[in-house]
Design a protein around this ligand. Sequence first.
Ligand code: ATP
Ligand code: MG
Length: 566
Amino acid sequence: MSIETPASPDRSDFIRDIVAADLAAGRHATIVTRFPPEPNGYLHIGHAKSICLNFGIAAEFGGRCHLRFDDTNPTKEEQEYIDAIEADVRWLGFDWGQHLYHASDYFEQLYDWAVHLVRADRAYIDDLSADEIREHRGTLTEPGRNSPWRDRPVEESLDLFERMRAGEFPNGARVLRARIDMAAPNINLRDPVLYRIVHAAHPRTGDAWCVYPTYDFAHGQSDAIEGVTHSICTLEFEAHRPLYDWLIENLPVPSRPRQIEFARLNLTYTVLSKRVLLRLVNEGHVRGWDDPRMPTISGLRRRGFPAEGLRDFAAMIGVGKADSTVEVGMLEHAVRDVLNRTAPRRFAVLNPVRVVIENYPEGQVEEMDVVNNPEDPSAGTRRVPFTRELWIERDDFMEEPSAKFFRLAPGREVRLRAAYFVTCREVIKDEAGEIVELRCTYDPSTRGGNSPEGRRPKATLHWISADHATPAEVRLYDHLFSRPDPGADGRDLFADLNPDSETVLGGCLLEPALAGVRQGETVQFERLGYFAPDLDSTAGHPVFNRTLTLKDTWAKLQAQGRHDTA
Ligand code: ATP
Ligand code: MG
């Protein structure tokens, strides 16, 4: 697998070059693009690439981008998906203005154009079943065979098409096909199906229709109706382009859009197929479409990924013509880059052990000034209460420290961030031998975290006042799949699910300022990672998701020049 190399966000690409050349040649007055989701699932990070590309080009060239639902398959489409898609595109930071469209807005026009093709002897009603049509289609090496219905009189096809529309026939009884060439080397030109009978209510048109256009028939014509100049889609549609052009040429459409294909996004440790994502949801492998482990835009949002990070990622990977797989670490790198600049730092203890400072006055509370974000002086400071009894991270203490362990240990002094130096004097255990308390002393001259004599402890720990701590649930997330190429080499995709993708921790403790974090904000728990409040939070029971750890392995590999091997 090859890995795309990052580029500067303002780099041009082959699509932008085409658009610029078309403008320079005066072929269009205004550039019009569109993002055309099928509302049969939630949008994922691959769609984000397409959204950033289509809306980005429109903005850069002073044009506009339409949001158009490709809603031609009512059995798989739902209002819930339509609503989620609109919310996700908006959240990503894009605005379609008044240009919200649906292929279903054009059903009447598309039907008329289908009739036009029949009249022109360029389409016919075929009574073969779906299986028979497949058998007649031929293969890559063999030509197809004509349907026995291919030369049916125009009047008969017109009559049958009308009766199909009127609901006289059951699903699958007959279809409308273009009459092109059953021996065409491109299978898409072997009399492709344009309309099929589907007796199903449509989210928008209700029961008005029981014949629905195929994607191929709806897409290019919708583009032409809307005056789309550049119809940008993924590479799997490259072989459909001759059909796209054939339809545009053979119909009295009001404009001539041009289809351009680019390579879809693939990510390591990730599956970007709505069919698989739907199964993950339906079979209960995740909490829902917006589970923080899902590569959906709503999942990434719930996880705490900022929209800016997704947009930066799209700019980093650029647009190409060759299929490739991007390391998921690159997405995480783009997100960390934003969060490092913007996320307020806070104290939280995930696995607490109690510290009692024996020489600190009982009942005293000191408000310590703590910097909110060392990367952003304008973020200011906050006050964090300090008291005699504190919580620190259990991992930050070792009774018998190993050679490389510099944090708290018996007799050793460490700094409590922005507070005091403390020294461990005694370890208290319960009957089972479990450490329950660390008795410490503090040096009052080190207030704020600095010693007047310049003593420098080797470790600085975060802490929370036991009198002021809020209990919380914290959910740690890892990749949903345990392998970089889930399901490759014929393995069962679901066998590659990572059993440790979610770890739920109870009894975590938060500093008071964390009560004020709103949905959609992401903070850094100092020394632990980036975290965002989950939708499951209630007033008495905060829940935080770990967005990402602090460690950026992608940037490290990059620095070692190893990012191009995978
Ligand atoms: P899937 O293949 O995931 O089931 P789809 O690609 O058919 O879904 P659509 O709703 O038709 O989903 O996609 C809307 C637009 O997003 C299309 O133009 C499609 O080419 C683009 N798109 C879908 N997946 C990706 C991807 N992984 N990378 C880039 N663009 C994508
Ligand atoms: Mg599609």
